[in-house]
Design a protein around this ligand. Structure first.
Ligand code: M6R
Length: 605
């Protein structure tokens, strides 16, 4: 989703701005642009193509300067077009880029039009540029502080003015913005990764902060206009541009990285102890009587899986809520509940807002399972477990999901232990199974050739059903999400017992039905549901395991996972579903790593 880079320096900053945009590309965008202060004027270049195209335009026009801002846009208000691309100008005096959504933009637009401003775009962002120009007093820092008071919604902005050549001002509320501190130069970005290689001295701005960046000055005021010092941290940001190596796509690489990612996530876990989640975890786990999980998309499905684990192992009640629903719902708060957010990026706007909503309702005990140690989610939560999947570039989440599951299983065990519900023998057995996961996943990855053969058939379909029961129902949901988001095949998942309550009407011989069928307590029930499908001519594609006792027959295709893996089986069973989605998308020729309309990090609601 949208990305910001800004700089004020004593050298040509265009390479820094362009490199920053390239590092943010993986988040998803549909246009990009850069604006610079050049010989007392504002100049810009914008493109509805890739950052590489913008770079060519910049080289062709020899655009260069010491002060400037840049942006990748993921369209919300107004189509992806050159005139809607940022930076936006006002009266050739103010240049501005923005992430987020301004909710009162219509009202502000009318007011500014009445004051004589002519709008060139359909964006909510252009109102901020004109508002800053309208309020301009000759001091950009002061003006931006006044302007943001008029904004309702979420924003991170970077702005500079033709009349103040060595100054960039930033502000944030609801969208992330960081400062990169240099020697005689300073930077702004929406993510520390954008500045990797430029500076590792990072300040995370807080909600309501406004920052004044000059060559030798980085001055921050808080939401009340009071000068504040924010900690400068040394951040070794990963570069998004990881090498593909022998793989065709980042998604494929990330699927195959899972043994390493799980191994790293569990590194150092030799026993179960609440302190894995933070120093205060023991006391908090003792006090809480339930868990509320908040997340979106794939992370939400990780949460659904965790509900089965936590309730059966720790005997603690769990509610799992889609963050975008929870944040606006009248719910009954339980102050003794542990609020758990799950997020790969740690920047998902709905999950962050849901977390704040939970806190505002009096739920103070918060924990996050997150893949980015420096993210807002980690900073906002009392406790955390950092998954060590490494940078996930593909929009379709894979290794982030399985590492989240590993961390959530640890959480179930740690809660059980704190509540006195985990014996030493059980602990030892679980640890052994967790440590064996990398090897077990590698064996599942070796099934790729069989899955490719299935994918060729799936590529010709327009619909698919996914079935699972119990612990594997969330895995069916995740399999359907993977298939739809990258292959654009319409896919739905159901708990198999629900089939006869409606979806069975969809089953014909044209409907492939993927069944997640490990040998668990519900396998015989699942087999009956499979019969219901076969009786209607539906074609079954079954992911069984070594113990499932399902034989291939007419209309029943079976791939057998090498090991039965008990409670941790969801972590293995999702892997072939990821591969099925990947190879189906490949056969259909879609843009696997950047599927249409989607962004990696969803920083607007
Ligand atoms: O960064 P997060 O885990 O908070 O992201 C949540 C969802 O946007 C994300 O899982 C999304 O559903 C993925 N594209 C699924 O593959």
């Amino acid at each position: 989703m949208c990305g910001i880079v800004g700089a004020v320096a004593q050298r040509n900053i265009t390479p820094i701005l362009v490199e920053g945009l390239k590092r943010l590309e993986y988040r998803g965008y549909d246009s990009c642009g850069v604006a610079l202060h050049v010989d007392g004027k504002l100049q810009r270049s914008r493109s509805t193509s890739r950052v590489a195209d913008l770079e060519t335009q910049i080289q062709q026009t020899a655009l260069s300067g010491f002060t400037g801002i840049a942006h990748t846009r993921w369209a919300t208000h107004g189509a992806p077009s050159s005139s809607n691309a940022h930076p936006h100008f006002s009266r050739d005096r103010i240049a501005l880029v923005h992430n987020g959504i301004i909710e009162n933009h219509e009202e502000l637009r009318a007011e500014l039009q009445a004051a004589g401003y002519v709008f060139e775009s359909q964006t909510d962002t252009e109102v901020i540029a004109h508002l800053v120009d309208h309020l301009y007093t000759g001091d950009l820092f002061e003006t931006v502080q006044q302007a943001v008071k008029r904004l309702t919604g979420a924003y991170a902005i970077a702005v500079f003015c033709r009349d103040e050549p060595h100054r960039v001002v930033g502000a944030r509320q609801g969208s992330p913005l960081i400062v990169g501190v240099g020697q005689g130069e300073n930077f702004l970005a929406s993510d520390a990764m954008a500045l990797a290689g430029t500076t590792d001295q990072i300040i995370y701005l807080e909600e309501g902060d406004v920052v004044d960046l000059q060559l030798q000055r980085c001055w921050i005021v808080d939401v009340n206009g009071k000068a504040v010092q924010r900690e400068v941290r040394t951040v070794h940001a990963h570069t998004g541009a990881a090498e593909l190596g022998p793989y065709r796509h980042y998604m494929q690489k990330e699927i195959f990285e899972q043994p390493r990612a799980i191994g790293d996530t569990l590194e150092g876990v030799t026993g179960i102890m609440p302190e894995l989640f933070g120093d205060k975890a023991f006391n908090i786990f003792k006090q809480i009587d339930s868990v509320l999980i908040l997340a979106c998309g794939t992370s939400y499905y990780a949460g659904l899986t965790a509900k089965y684990w936590i309730e059966s192992i720790a005997k603690v009640t769990v509610n799992v809520e889609i963050a975008s629903e929870y944040r606006y719902r009248d719910s009954v708060p339980n102050p003794n509940s542990l609020v758990v957010t799950i997020s790969q990026s740690g920047e998902t706007a709905d999950t962050l807002a849901a977390l704040k909503h939970a806190r505002a309702q009096g739920m103070q005990h918060t924990l996050t399972i997150c893949n980015v140690a420096t993210s807002a989610m980690v900073r906002e939560c009392e406790l955390s477990y950092i998954t060590r999947a490494g940078v996930e570039v593909g929009v379709a989440s894979t290794k982030a999901f399985t590492t989240q599951l590993a961390a959530l299983f640890l959480l179930a065990l740690a809660l059980a232990q704190t509540k006195g519900r985990l014996s030493d023998e059980q602990e030892a057995e679980h640890i052994k199974a967790l440590r064996h996961l990398p090897v077990a996943i590698s064996a599942v990855l070796a099934l790729e050739p069989q899955i490719i053969a299935w994918a060729e058939e799936f590529a010709r379909k327009e619909n698919a059903l996914f079935l699972g029961r119990g612990l594997h129902y969330p895995i069916a949901l995740e399999g359907a999400l993977k298939l739809k988001e990258i292959s654009y095949i319409h896919a739905e998942a159901y708990p198999a017992g629900e089939l006869k309550h409606g979806p069975l009407a969809l089953v014909t011989k044209e409907m492939p039905v993927v069944t997640v069928a490990p040998k668990d307590a519900l396998i015989e029930k699942l087999k009956s549901n499979m019969q219901e499908v076969r009786a209607r001519g539906g074609e079954l594609y079954v992911f069984a395991d070594a113990d499932s006792r399902i034989a291939p027959s007419e209309g029943v295709h079976v791939i057998r996972l090498p090991e039965h893996y008990g409670q941790l089986s969801p972590i293995l069973h999702v892997v072939p579903l990821q591969l099925l989605a990947y190879h189906t998308a490949l056969a259909r020729g879609t843009d696997v790593d950047k599927p249409r309309n989607l962004a990696k990090s969803v920083t607007v609601e």
